[in-house]
Design a protein around this ligand. Sequence first.
Ligand SMILES: [Zn+2]
Ligand SMILES: [Zn+2]
Length: 340
Amino acid sequence: MTFQVLSAFSAKCGSFMIWHVRCVHKDTVFRKFGVKLYRDRQLPCEMECSYSFRLTHETFSRSVLTSLVRRATLKENEHVPKYEKVHNFKVHTFRGPHWCEYCANFMWGLIAQGVKCADCGLNVHKQCSKMVPNDCKPDLKHVKKVYSCDLTTLVKAHFTKRPMVVDMCIREIESRGLNSEGLYRVSGFSDLIEDVKMAFDRDGEKADISVNMYEDINIITGALKLYFRDLPIPLITYDAYPKFIESAKTTDPDEQLEILHEALKLLPPAHCETLRYLMAHLKRVTLHEKENLMSAENLGIVFGPTLMRAPELDAMAALNDIRYQRLVVEMLIKNEDILF
Ligand SMILES: [Zn+2]
Ligand SMILES: [Zn+2]
């Protein structure tokens, strides 16, 4: 089903749009599709529009159209996979009249009229928020930080496949650090690691982490480890955690890999892709073990607690899990070629 937007005009510039949409296939015109105009993703006010949208009959809904309109106004990188992401709704008090971006109806009341997504800025009724599809498109206007930001939110906001911190640090480490003794085990000067973190938060992919800025490679490895430690949801998510631990507790090697394979399926795609990339890198680190003295076992000790955190707060159980966490990472490195 191809839709063509025939015209769109705003009742008040920049606030509310009425769309006339025609289904090219059936030649039916849908009128008065209320879609709020996104002020920061400007479309001209009085417009003769020729956007065409392709979608199937089954998936067509008002919300789909809303998100398509949103998409049409965003620059998209073709090579970036489309990770699904839930909205991060928070109760919000709107100043001035506001319309729900899902049902297009007015949001009544003086305070807490609806909810707003903290990542993309979508405004909807509280009841409508339950119906909105998981199509959150985080906006850099809302997503200000790189560190401590949810991984999927970050990659979607920056249109990248993986967090840029991971790609950039790994590139730097592989270009000048693979033979460095105690790579990842030796800690860098913490003030400088903090400095790298601030550079990423401030400049994103433009951060300068070259040898001219940070001569000591342990600063870069430290910044990468810190990135993983600061994630609000660890790279190996709380949901997937028990399955990973289960694999480490299994004694039969074949069964171990099977459970590990199942565990990987529980990860959100952006987490899984980042883990795959990291493990391929760590495997390359172990190929230089003669020089850097870092085996898969040593890297497991460093990365176990960095990539995994026990979901429960039971301190004893968490302490007990550390050796399994190390084992999980060690297994992932050793078997990265068959697991991913
Ligand atoms: Zn959102
Ligand atoms: Zn609504």
